[in-house]
Design a protein around this ligand. Structure first.
Ligand SMILES: Nc1ncnc2c1ncn2[C@@H]1O[C@H](COP(=O)(O)OP(=O)(O)O)[C@@H](O)[C@H]1O
Ligand SMILES: [Mg+2]
Length: 267
């Protein structure tokens, strides 16, 4: 598969108010993502996962290194990238369909045309019949479907998802994972999906990337060789559980390390 996204020697620090020093989040991070690949990123809390996605989206600057999307430097947010945030970021005064077309409208597509295009995506994420509902009338799972449709409708080259199911209850979350894979099967976007749930990562990914604690480097990359389509029952297979064990033992040390680095923490 050709390379879709390439991250070379990425360095980024944040200046702390207390010390006025720049503390590194990444120093020399390298990652290569193939076209159509579904990558899940796991790692201890605070290691820089959200920062990484925001940098990839062009939302925040980085200090040095290079990010290439289709061989071009990533410099600013644009319709080549779709972002799905952890919490629903829907506009409460807009209906489902008008939330979905927001990005298209911002990029100058006339509303009529945008609405016509939205029909396909409403269908794809299973929201038919809810087009004219308002966000407050939807469950958390449905709101995240709207967010997904909103990211997909701009037909991005790469989809960046930051713990999109974290605020859903366990059952809804499982259904959404299954639905996401179905949707992805129909579009085959390149996806970078951040989660702190190892199980979610193994279920979704072609490859799980494990970040170390801050400053984050890539501790391991584990190809997931479970056949697709993946029914939810795959989560009970010995092969699946073996992946979970393997990845968990890898990040356990990192989680402990990051906990110990917090003052007063006891592990
Ligand atoms: N705007 C910011 N200014 C200073 N520090 C920040 C800023 N954003 C994030 N950080 C710090 O960078 C680190 C990584 O944060 P984040 O990317 O949110 O981690 P994760 O998503 O893995 O939990 C954390 O230590 C966080 O406190
Ligand atoms: Mg985060």
């Amino acid at each position: 598969m050709p390379t879709k996204l390439e991250i070379k020697d990425l360095c980024k620090g944040f200046t702390s108010l207390r010390s006025e020093q720049s503390l590194p989040v990444f120093s020399g991070l390298e990652l290569r993502v193939a076209e159509n690949e579904f990558i899940c990123i796991v790692g201890p809390s605070g290691c820089g996962k959200t920062t990484f996605l925001r940098i990839l989206d062009g939302l925040i600057p980085f200090d040095s290194g290079e990010i290439l999307l289709d061989g071009q430097r990533v410099i600013k947010p644009g319709i080549d990238k779709g972002f799905v945030f952890q919490d629903s970021s829907l506009l409460p005064w807009r209906t489902v369909v008008d939330n979905i077309i927001l990005g298209l409208e911002l990029h100058g597509t006339p509303r009529r045309e945008a609405r016509a295009r939205a029909r396909h995506y409403v269908e794809l994420v299973g929201l038919r019949g809810f087009e004219n509902h308002y966000p407050y009338e939807l469950s958390g799972g449905m709101q995240q479907r709207v967010n997904l449709a909103r990211a997909l409708i701009i037909e991005p080259q790469v989809l960046l998802m930051d713990e999109p199911f974290a605020s859903l209850d366990a059952q809804t979350r499982e259904i959404m994972q299954l639905e996401l894979l179905k949707t992805w099967g129909g579009t085959r976007k390149t996806v970078l999906f951040v989660t702190h749930q190892i199980e979610e990562a193994v279920y979704l990914a072609d490859r799980v990337v494990v970040f170390s604690s801050r400053p984050a480097t890539i501790k391991a990359e584990i190809p997931i060789e479970l056949t697709r389509p993946r029914p939810l029952a795959v989560k009970r297979s010995p092969q699946f559980l073996a992946y979970i064990d393997r990845i968990w033992s890898m990040i356990e040390a990192e989680v402990r390390r990051s906990m110990l680095e917090q003052p007063g923490a006891e592990v």
